[in-house]
Design a protein around this ligand. Structure first.
Ligand code: 5AD
Ligand code: GLU
Length: 637
């Protein structure tokens, strides 16, 4: 018997880190070679691998943070209790530092194949084929398999506006999640404070095309240094500012956040990767807002955003980022969309209430960046628009739509233009002509050049693209992006680079023909994606989103979630534009498919890559920028 059609590979990430691009590529390549893939997503424990090994002919464990041996301590014991015949593979970045001799450690733990450092997919596929030569495919049907049986999917959200009773009942529960919730209780008092703050939405409404607002990211552990950081960035020309929320808070772990705050007070260094908004609570936020007098936002990726939103708005923050798709599938391994939609509807209704009862307009932003890696504009825009529609249904009247630069200037400019006009037409068609629409240009969000000079060049040219796209706002990167969270000085330096480009204001001629061509394609694709969602939901957006992801009619490249089919593969064309290299089940018409296929074939021809498998093109593109293997930024004009 030959290995291939039908053998099952159990694939997942082990331990704390959240890398998913390599996993997604491997998943794709395995399927393309005829394997069935049982996908565990990221952040699994060794027990979760062992418990699911019964489905598999081979178990693929990926571990990227160098702590693999630590996570795997219990493997021999657990495996002896749950015998299964699968071959076990491990790869990634298994040890911190020099990997010399590390193979032995993992062989001793019971692995059949060990790759301590980077290995290319072809090698893995060849070895797997050899190893499974005599194996019979496991008889399990993956349609009946769910790796984490404890999660429920009971709620089925809909498009109706949430009733005041439901909102009030849930509010009591939300504000009880942590003691600081109490201080957010009185909406009228919150509104009195909020209406005296600089408004994010009105600041955006005043933007002149070609003069985007500049926004850096920043978040540290304690309020005093956070205020100093904000002041330094404001004085350097940041037009709006945001709290970057730490990952304890994002995961609802306020107990650990409290420990970290205590440690930070003792050690006087930041102990978290952002500002623990919930722990500090309303009074601290208000103090900072009063000292700063700059429009404020909260940026995060929180699993349950409800308490964070309550506290943020009560604390004088007038804009809140996140949505049911963008803060779910790219970040979590098993988070049902029905639950994330429900929670974000709560947030959007809260925002609607502030407007209807007190006349306060809060901006809601959607993070179209998704996994940040090789995201075709139409997918980013489609998810933004779906989240904007869901928000408008709950009463939101100011939205910001995010798009991350991909690196081909005409495609990036076209994306911002298309995003704005599509948002106007889709919101109007849904009966929401009165929603203010802003666009957000994220400087390149995938793996950054490690060489700081190349990073700087990227930031400058990227600012040029942001200006020319006429986005409302630009989110800046820093030259140390590849290495660490920037210091205040590094953050200020990058912001000044972007500001200089914006303020020079000498307009360059655009490649209008190329932009028009890209824009027409993007608009056509977005329309097909959204029509597909509406068909899935029989006109209902919320249900359509759930159903579309289940069927693969929406599908985010490289996402770590088991609720995302992961059948779409993307790669650059010869001009550096991002194309669909494999469509999965996206509902595109023949002409659209042909366009993308032609562009990929042209690249193969020009770059002499005829015989290479598709995933190899993608892997090259993923590694190209961090390795500095490019002539200049942008990659294409
Ligand atoms: N301060 C500044 N930037 C941050 N980022 C994440 N956390 C912080 C923080 N506390 C940046 C990352 C990346 C983006 C997603 O957010 O560097 O550019
Ligand atoms: N969406 C947030 C932002 O744009 C968080 C990004 C992240 O840390 O993953 O700032």
């Amino acid at each position: 018997m030959t290995a291939g059609p039908g053998h099952v590979v159990l694939l997942g990430g082990l331990g704390g880190d959240s890398h998913s691009v390599g996993l997604a590529l491997l998943r794709w390549a395995l399927r393309a070679s005829g394997y069935r893939v049982a996908y565990l997503g990221i952040q699994n424990s060794v027990a979760e691998f062992v418990a699911n090994a019964y489905v598999a002919n081979a178990v693929f464990v990926s571990s990227m943070d160098g702590h693999a041996a630590y996570y795997l301590q219990d493997l021999p014991r657990l495996r002896s209790a749950a015998p299964a015949s699968a071959k076990w593979y491990i790869g990634g970045n298994l040890v911190v530092g020099d990997a010399l001799g590390a193979e032995r450690t993992f062989l001793a733990l019971g692995f059949d194949r060990v790759f301590v450092k980077f290995v290319d997919i072809e090698t893995v596929l060849t070895l797997l084929r050899t190893d499974l030569l005599d194996a019979t495919p496991t008889p399990v049907s993956l349609n009946d398999w769910h790796p984490f049986p404890s999660t429920t999917n009971a709620l089925l959200p809909s498009d109706e506006r949430r009733s005041p009773q439901l909102q009030a009942l849930e509010r009591a529960e939300v504000l009880g999640q942590w003691p600081t919730g109490d201080a957010a209780w009185d909406l009228q008092a919150n509104a009195r404070f909020l209406c005296r703050q600089k408004s994010f939405a009105s600041t955006q409404a005043r933007v002149v095309p070609g003069r985007p607002l500049i926004q850096p990211r920043c978040g540290v552990t304690l309020p005093a240094p956070q205020l100093r950081l904000f002041q330094a960035l404001r004085d350097a020309g940041a037009n709006v500012l945001s709290y970057q929320v730490d990952s304890f808070t994002r995961n609802g772990d306020h107990v650990r956040a409290a420990d970290a705050i205590r440690d930070s007070r003792r050690s006087r260094v930041a102990t978290t990767n952002g500002f623990p908004v919930v722990n500090h609570g309303v009074p601290e936020l208000r103090r900072i807002a009063q000292m700063l007098r700059v429009p404020l936002q909260v940026r995060h990726s929180t699993r349950d955003p409800r308490l964070l939103a309550e506290i943020s708005l009560a604390g004088g923050v007038t804009a809140f980022e996140g949505g049911a798709i963008c803060y779910n599938l790219p970040y979590y391994r098993d988070y049902p969309l029905s639950i994330s939609i429900h929670r974000w509807q709560y947030v959007d209704r809260l925002v609607g209430e502030y407007l209807e009862r007190f006349g306060i307009l809060i901006d809601r932003e959607f993070f179209g960046t998704l996994t940040g890696t090789l995201i075709p504009p139409s997918l980013a825009i489609a998810t933004d628009l779906l989240e904007a529609l869901l928000a408008a249904q709950q009463g939101v009247r100011a939205v910001s739509l995010g798009y991350a630069e991909q690196g081909c200037r005409s495609q990036d400019v076209a994306a911002i233009r298309a995003m704005r006009s599509l948002a106007h037409s889709w919101l109007r068609a849904a009966g929401f002509a009165n929603v203010a629409i802003s666009t957000v240009f994220h400087q390149y969000m995938a793996a950054f050049p490690t060489d700081p000079r190349r990073a700087e060049q990227l930031i400058i040219e990227s600012a040029q693209t942001a200006v020319r796209s006429e986005a409302t706002r630009v989110l800046t990167k820093t030259a140390t992006e590849a290495v660490r969270i920037p210091s205040a000085r590094e953050n200020v330096a990058a912001l000044k680079l972007v500001r200089a480009v914006r303020d020079q204001a000498c307009r360059q001629p655009e490649r209008e023909a190329a932009i028009q061509c890209e824009r027409a394609m993007i608009e056509r694709e977005v329309t097909q994606l959204l029509d597909g969602v509406l068909v899935c939901g029989r006109g209902n957006v919320a249900r359509g989103v759930i159903e579309a992801f289940a069927r693969g009619m929406l599908d985010i490249p490289f996402a770590p979630s088991i609720h995302n089919r992961g059948e779409v593969l993307t790669a650059r064309d010869d001009d550096g534009a991002v194309r669909y290299a494999s469509f999965g089940r996206l509902p595109f018409d023949t002409e659209t498919r042909q366009f993308h296929q032609d562009r990929i074939s042209e690249r193969r021809r020009r770059q002499g890559l005829h015989a290479r498998p598709l995933h190899e093109l993608t892997a090259r593109d993923v590694l190209q920028v961090p390795r500095g293997e490019f002539q200049q930024w942008p990659l294409g004009a």
